[in-house]
Design a protein around this ligand. Structure first.
Ligand SMILES: [Zn+2]
Length: 311
């Protein structure tokens, strides 16, 4: 067996024009490319802008490091406006989502399920399984299944229901099953029942905050029209494009300041630096996918300083 392996290596050396150095170089390249394999992250939202709010900053950080991120909206957003609707709105929101993705260097796909009517059906579960498998995801991000909006809630259920099935080869046979289960994370939220969000991982997005705002700014129909209208504040949105973007940075949902109950998780990985951090995105590790060790968390979210000085 050992002789056979040597014969094989010698054969490679023999056919290589520059001799043994070439083999060394080949092995080095192979090992470096395995180490440098980009991480593959997929995030699901119910509407085109949901992923952006929960993970737009982290996505910008991954993209800046050369990793691959895809956002998927399970509905086309065709109900989210006070004066527009149907196909016209779906088209507008799809183009806003693509522009948002372009601005931070990630892929953005909007599926054609109707807004406000998403149900946790087998058909949509299979759509989710396909997307996770096709992306060959290392990390999957989704909302928790406790939420005021049924589309958000069912997006949580659908991803939860897909989380084991992505490794089962006998299901959704048109796309190969993943060889191992990804790590599944939940976005942060403020819902308290049946249990509150638990911040397992809190990432500083101060370095990409402007990029995140730039991404949100692409969803004109939402952040400057629909969402202010739903809370009776449409008249407070500045008309000027520069002024309205500045106004957006001050909206709590866009700004995502760290909460006191998240501080321990922040300090665990940033040490004394945690006290200076302004804007964050927080995630809970779900019980359903692979359970990562601390070492793996740092590999999958390569954003933390190696050594932290504890205060
Ligand atoms: Zn939404």
């Amino acid at each position: 067996m050992r002789n056979a392996r040597w014969r094989c290596l010698l054969a490679v050396v023999h056919y290589c024009t520059v001799g043994p150095m070439c083999l060394v170089a080949m092995l080095l390249v192979a090992s470096l490319s395995a180490q440098n394999e980009p991480l593959r992250v997929i995030a699901f939202g119910a509407h085109p802008d949901d992923c952006d709010l929960g993970a737009g900053g982290v996505a910008a950080k991954y993209a800046a490091l050369g990793h691959k991120v895809k956002f998927v909206s399970l509905t086309n957003g065709d109900a989210g406006h006070q004066t527009q609707g149907g196909e016209e709105l779906a088209k507008r929101r799809r183009s806003e989502a693509h522009e948002a993705g372009r601005r931070i260097g990630i892929e953005y796909e909007v599926l054609d399920n109707h807004d406000g009517q998403l149900m946790p059906t087998l058909e949509v579960r299979e759509q989710v399984i396909r997307k996770i498998r096709q992306w060959r995801a290392d990390v999957v991000i989704a909302p928790r299944p406790n939420d005021y909006h049924p589309d958000h809630r069912y997006t949580g259920v659908l991803v939860q229901d897909a989380s084991y099935m992505v490794i089962v080869p006998n299901l959704v046979k048109d796309v190969p099953a993943l060889p191992r289960n990804p790590v599944f994370l939940y976005y942060s939220d403020h819902f308290k029942r049946p249990q509150p969000f638990r911040a397992d991982i809190v990432v500083s997005i101060d370095d990409v905050f402007e990029k995140k705002i730039d991404m949100l700014d692409a969803h004109v129909s939402q952040f400057y029209e629909w969402l202010p209208w739903t809370v009776g504040k449409l008249d407070q949105v500045p008309k000027d494009v520069v002024e309205r973007k500045k106004w957006l940075t001050e909206q709590p949902n866009a700004a995502r300041k760290s909460l006191p109950e998240w501080h321990d998780a922040l300090e665990k990985r940033y040490g004394a630096q945690a006290f200076g951090i302004q804007h964050v995105e927080a995630f809970e590790i779900t019980e359903y996918g692979r359970q990562p060790s601390e070492e793996e968390i740092r590999k999958l979210l390569p954003f933390f300083p190696d050594q932290v000085a504890r205060p």
